[in-house]
Design a protein around this ligand. Structure first.
Ligand code: DX5
Ligand code: ZN
Length: 217
């Protein structure tokens, strides 16, 4: 079984509260937060205040994707009662092992994300220390981009390594997920599919979320 984690990057911020209720009713497994600093990626999104305002308003737990430089410095801001995962980029961490430890030490699950050009092999020494590996299906920075098909192979590779080494980290695929490719991504071994535009650009967000949730069951 896999779950759908809608990314609120593609939400209508005027309607955010209402749209969160819609994804919750539709069966979303997590809320995905795309935090961007304009440095690690060529775009700025939102930060911890958005998390704070949703923390008491939903039962869903948060999957926080930090697309920021030197994420270790800001991790304390993203710790909260609903935080399930904090995901940092391999490419943004000079001391990746330390940052992952920093997240786990406060009782939060630690994730690491890989840009499309970064091979799975770069994680060889930290796979025991992560709860989640996030494979980017697009170059991070923007919603609504086209899925890069090689990403699916990375999911397969991670799933194979996970079985060979008897590890239990989750595999997430973020970016470019559509109704057409979601099942194939799940079959490759993915546990958490992140979808932004495919959920929030639908006229009925609840129906779109439910369609993904059913497909991934
Ligand atoms: C990309 C983000 C993704 C993105 C997903 O930088 O990390 O979470 O918003 O959006 P879609 O599903 O539209 O590719
Ligand atoms: Zn993301």
């Amino acid at each position: 079984m896999a779950i759908i984690a809608p990314s609120i990057l593609s939400a209508d911020f005027y309607e955010l509260g209402k749209q969160i209720q819609q994804i919750e009713r539709g069966g979303a497994g997590l809320i995905h937060f795309d935090v961007m600093d304009g440095l690690f990626v060529p775009n700025i999104s939102f930060g911890a205040p958005v998390l704070r305002s949703l923390e008491t308003k939903t039962e869903l737990r948060f999957d926080i994707h930090l697309m920021i430089e030197d994420p270790g410095k800001l991790i304390p801001n993203y710790i909260g009662p609903k935080t399930e995962y904090i995901v940092v980029h391999q490419e943004a961490c000079l001391h990746l092992h330390r940052v992952l430890q920093q997240i786990r030490q406060v009782g939060i699950k630690a994730g690491v994300a890989l840009n499309p050009a970064t091979p799975v092999s770069t994680l060889e020494c930290v796979l025991e220390d992560v709860d989640l590996v996030c494979v980017m299906g697009v170059n991070p920075g923007f919603g609504g981009q086209r899925f890069i098909p090689q990403s699916r192979r990375k999911v397969e590779q991670l799933d194979r390594i996970r079985r060979e080494r008897d590890l239990d980290f989750k595999i997430e695929l973020d970016g470019g997920v559509t109704f057409d490719n979601a099942l194939g991504i799940k079959q490759a071994g993915c546990d958490i599919l992140v979808a932004g535009s495919a959920v929030f650009s639908c006229p009925d967000i609840e129906v779109a979320t439910r369609k993904f949730a059913k497909m991934l069951k």
